[in-house]
Design a protein around this ligand. Structure first.
Ligand code: CDP
Length: 207
């Protein structure tokens, strides 16, 4: 079974995807990490995240250690991830890995284009979103928990700018697949979002 979870930044996709994967005994892939790790490699090399050749080289050179870096979620890397993610060569280089990951034993994958491009025939497609204020507030709390002090207004601006870039890019833009079910988590707790998602999965795939 393939479960595709797409949506804008900090909508709660990761938390939801991890819980669904654990409940259903499926592997989980956070596809945002592929773009974050690629971006980090570009930044560490002192290259420009908008340079397609440099970003492609980084995507093709990824190793396990790149995914284990503790600094993949900072603001600079998030912005650079969105930049490398707009480059068709980078997306193409990372596509096969994602398909192979899901193709082996099924999987829950979260990202921006899972239900539209990576697995257009996914068994279940969820589009998880929330108001920009609610999403930025959650991201701000994550930063606080990690001991990083960033003004909330700055987090709102960063999240909104990244959403705009992800939605308007030509390559695999963030859009809700026509057959995806929308879950708006603005007024839902993580438990409520999980219960709703599980109900949708069980309706589609009776177990
Ligand atoms: O955790 P958050 O929702 O903030 O972001 P993420 O899922 O880690 O993704 C970081 C960036 O990678 C996004 O802003 C997108 O530009 C890009 N991305 C993408 O283009 N396609 C995916 N399947 C996953 C992420």
């Amino acid at each position: 079974m393939i479960i595709a979870i797409d949506g804008p930044a900090a909508a709660g996709k990761g938390t939801l995807a991890k819980r669904l994967a654990a409940a259903l005994g499926l592997p989980y892939l956070d596809t945002g990490l592929l773009y974050r790790a690629t971006a980090k490699r570009v930044l560490v090399a002192g290259a420009n995240p908008a340079d397609e050749q440099a970003a492609l080289h980084a995507a093709q050179s990824l190793t396990q250690a790149d995914f284990e870096r503790p600094d993949l979620r900072d603001t600079e890397t998030s912005k650079a991830a969105s930049q490398v993610a707009s480059l068709p060569a980078v997306r193409h280089a990372l596509l096969e890995f994602q398909r192979r990951f899901g193709g082996q034993h099924g999987a829950v994958l979260d990202g921006r284009d899972i239900g539209t491009i990576i697995f257009p025939n996914a068994d279940v497609k969820l589009f998880v979103t929330a108001s920009v204020e609610a999403r930025a507030q959650r991201r701000w709390l994550e930063f606080q928990t990690r001991g990083e002090t960033v003004p909330l207004a700055e987090v709102i601006a960063d999240v909104a700018a990244r959403d705009e870039a992800d939605r308007t890019r030509a390559a695999a833009p963030l859009i809700q697949a026509p057959d995806a079910t929308l879950i708006d988590t603005t007024h839902l707790t993580a438990d409520e979002a999980f219960a709703r998602a599980l109900e949708i999965v069980q309706t589609r795939q009776p177990v």
